[in-house]
Design a protein around this ligand. Sequence first.
Ligand code: MN
Ligand code: FE
Length: 335
Amino acid sequence: MTKKQILNASGVDPNKILPLTYPWARQYYKTGVANNWVPEEVSMQLDVETWKSQGEKGLTEDERRMVLYNLGFFSTAESLTANNIVMAIYRHITNPECRQYLLRQAYEEAVHTDTFIYCCDTLGLQPDDIYTMYQTIPSIKEKDDFVVEMTKSVFDPGFETKTPEQIQRFVHDLVGYYVIMEGIFFYAGFAMMLSMLRRHKMVGVGEQFQFILRDETVHLAFGSELINTIAAENPEIWTDAFKTDITEKIKHGVELEKRYAYEALPKGIVGLTPQSIAEYLEHIADRRLERINLKPVYGTKNPFPWMSEIIDARKEKNFFETRVNEDKTGGQLEW
Ligand code: MN
Ligand code: FE
């Protein structure tokens, strides 16, 4: 009789969720539900005016480029993430409470995909311009190619998690999805769009990104917990060579995200330079490493304390101006 565990619990009925083995998975599910939102709750009226205006009331060329880059990257990255969860990860995670969370996460990715449809529709953007950027913009293509390459084992229909080498491979791919894609590749974009929001420009898109950031915070927390639990249940996989490999991949992810920041924002805009984004990425990469029990490598100070304030402010009332359920359990997430 197999124990109820994250991987290889084939002797356990995947439909028998109680009694729970991993209360944290259930807690993240509840947090996700408490965070529920849909893009139509955010008004895009002011954005439409700004987007269509020239001169003073409109955007500078640099601002416009930056907004387009982020719409371009996120519009396809959200479906990429949803496909990863449903088609690759779900099959191997047989634990029912973790699967319940994965279903919730998949739904949230559908909401995020919907957000970019809504942004394209309201701003009157051409789908052919936005939804091809992952192929035509080099730094976006490099990020997507890196994640696809890093996570290809788990997509192999014959892939299993029986041997320590296979479990390492699975955890490696989870690091690709959760730590690098959702924990690093989204963050130059979050910093750019929230910096615009702080200056009261493109406030609708900015608020959408704020809601997405709140969801992604939970995805990253769940993913890190998943990685740590699999490592604890299979301690033989956590070798020095494996830790070095993961650390190197994360560092490479940081370099690709820096390249993206420099391409999206070559000259910088008021209050934001590509150099400061690069420092921010190093700072958060250290936090991601610590979170999966690896040593930080950069030691860079956080140049955007306001980003942490935004992430922490989820707990406070009236932070979100639009009508959305308050995050009732956000206080459980530690940063
Ligand atoms: Mn997402
Ligand atoms: Fe996500």
